[in-house]
Design a protein around this ligand. Structure first.
Ligand SMILES: [Cu+2]
Length: 184
């Protein structure tokens, strides 16, 4: 059977067919329900992006992160041992090409306020449980801004921090780690 193109007509003036009406109604209803869900998720969603952000100079933030690491004994300890914060506020800094501090030891089930900022360029704070890269959280790390991310790790284990924003030739080596231990 040879296929022939439809005759040129003004399709806009033709009435809608029955199936077209059904599909268009489904699309409009789906769109409207998503629109309504936006504010609903904002109030009831458990995984909203945090909105607590401050303007800081990169040097000032770095001073805070260094003080935090020093107060927690991190600067005198071996890097691999990690920093185990006593308080709930954790200061994490991103710079080309690493995280400072690059190993944190946190407690499962405890709510932390993880502060992140960058010393130089845009970086990405992407975190996932080791071996489970499909389940992750992702945030931008912008120089000049301090973002406060409330986070509770519900499961103990090793979590990888990966920079997900291309930041230069050493970007792929920009890895950090959070060791989550069962609550004491
Ligand atoms: Cu990067």
């Amino acid at each position: 059977m040879p296929l022939t193109p439809p005759q040129p007509r003004n399709w806009w003036d033709l009435p809608l067919g029955g199936h077209e009406k059904i599909w268009l109604s489904i699309v409009v209803l789906l769109g409207l329900s998503m629109f309504v869900m936006m504010p609903v998720w904002h109030v009831f969603g458990a995984q909203n992006s945090p909105t607590e952000t401050y303007r800081v100079s990169p040097d000032y933030y770095w001073e805070k992160a260094t003080k935090f690491a020093a107060a927690e004994g991190g600067l005198s300890r071996k890097v691999e041992a990690g920093i185990q914060p006593t308080g709930d506020d954790v200061y994490l800094g991103a710079l080309k090409f690493g995280w400072f501090p690059n190993v944190l030891v946190l407690e499962a089930g405890r709510r932390y306020r993880i502060h992140v900022s960058s010393k130089d360029v845009n970086h990405g704070f992407s975190i996932h449980k080791a071996g489970e890269p499909s389940q992750k959280a992702n945030f931008q790390v912008v120089p000049g801004y301090e973002h406060v991310l409330p986070m509770t790790f519900t499961e103990a284990g090793t979590y990888d921090i990966v920079c997900q924003e291309y930041c230069g030739l050493g970007h792929q080596f920009m890895l950090g780690r959070i060791l989550v231990e069962r609550g004491r």
